[in-house]
Design a protein around this ligand. Structure first.
Ligand SMILES: [Zn+2]
Length: 322
């Protein structure tokens, strides 16, 4: 391919060169997207797709150009919206609106609300735009009865749907983030499945804990929380002076997670805070291998990417030319 550079060629450039080239590409990409929408509007207005032998603009995009159905729909919706409100082309070029965000807004915008709605949604993510729409155009909650919420799909699959409150959504997102190591895809079935298994295990537990502790064994031998036991009651292994260990007690992990707002604390030299909420790990600011202690001051939350980056900065590789 003429002018196309492969990984090995680009990998020889400095970090700064790579990043500024990428930024130029993002700018050009947005401009191309906006220009594509204008062309699409003309094709739409002149019904050129029909001239080309397609029954609709949708078929023209999916069959002739192999766009996915959702991608074609999104482009058609946004090109019609931008044709009605032409200032949107510049907003797309400036990165104020993504096509996905505009396609969410499209069915709700009219000449009366456009000014306020576009104003509020400007610069927002798709998720945030959906929240704005839910506030502006609240929908009736669907009353759910268990038997109506579960539909048979096949012998071993069902489809479950229900309406939930914001508190449920908050808990769900938090559980999904906490489980991101275990379930990287974060599928609802996995997260809620584990929640149900844990709940059932808990519900089936016998009420009295004492009744299950064999005679002659104190509560402290079996309880996982040892903090409530007097030191002389604690099992022998707990009384030994511990060697320095990488292990960070659960309580401290929770305290660090809380302090750091359950977000990656990495800050770029330009001041961009990462803030990732998935794949979080606890990082030693001064590495454990270099004598960094397990204290709250020395520990912080980083996402996996930034934990690896932090280690590479200390122990080698990385950082070329910038
Ligand atoms: Zn991060």
């Amino acid at each position: 391919m003429l002018g196309f550079m492969h990984f090995e060629t680009i990998d020889k450039k400095s970090d700064l060169e790579v990043l500024s080239a990428l930024e130029r590409f993002v700018g050009r990409e947005r401009k191309r997207k906006a220009q594509f929408l204008v062309y699409l509007s003309v094709v739409d207005a002149r019904k050129l797709y029909a001239k080309e032998g397609y029954s609709s603009l949708f078929k023209f995009l999916t069959e002739k150009f192999r766009f996915s159905e959702s991608s074609a729909l999104k482009r058609i919706q946004v090109s019609r919206l931008a044709h009605r409100f032409p200032f949107l082309y510049k907003r797309i070029v400036d990165g104020d609106f993504t096509l996905s965000a505009l396609s969410r807004l499209a069915p709700f915008v009219n000449t009366h609300n456009s000014h306020l709605l576009f104003g509020e949604a400007r610069g927002k993510s798709v998720r945030e735009v959906e929240k704005i729409l839910a506030r502006w155009f609240p929908q009736e909650a669907v009353p759910d009865r268990l038997e109506k919420s579960v539909k048979d799909l096949s012998e071993d699959k069902v489809h479950v749907s229900f309406t939930a409150g914001r508190e449920f959504e908050k808990d769900l997102l938090e559980a999904k983030a906490l489980l991101s190591h275990k379930y990287p895809k974060g599928r609802l079935e996995e997260v809620l499945g584990l929640a149900l298994k844990t709940l059932l295990k808990d519900l089936k537990k016998p009420n009295s804990k004492a009744s299950h502790i064999p005679r002659g064994m104190s509560d402290c031998d079996s309880a996982s929380d040892l903090s409530s036991c007097a030191p002389q009651q604690r099992p022998r292994f707990y009384r030994q002076v511990p060697k320095p260990s990488r292990y960070i007690p659960r309580g401290m992990r929770a305290a660090i997670r809380e302090r750091d707002g359950a977000k990656c604390q990495y800050i770029s030299p330009e001041g961009q805070v990462c803030g990732e909420t998935h794949f979080l790990e606890i990082d030693h600011r001064r590495p454990f291998a270099l004598g960094g202690p397990n204290t709250e001051e020395n520990l912080r939350l980083l996402c996996r990417t930034h934990n690896v980056l932090a280690a590479e900065i200390v122990f080698g590789r990385m950082g070329r030319g910038t």
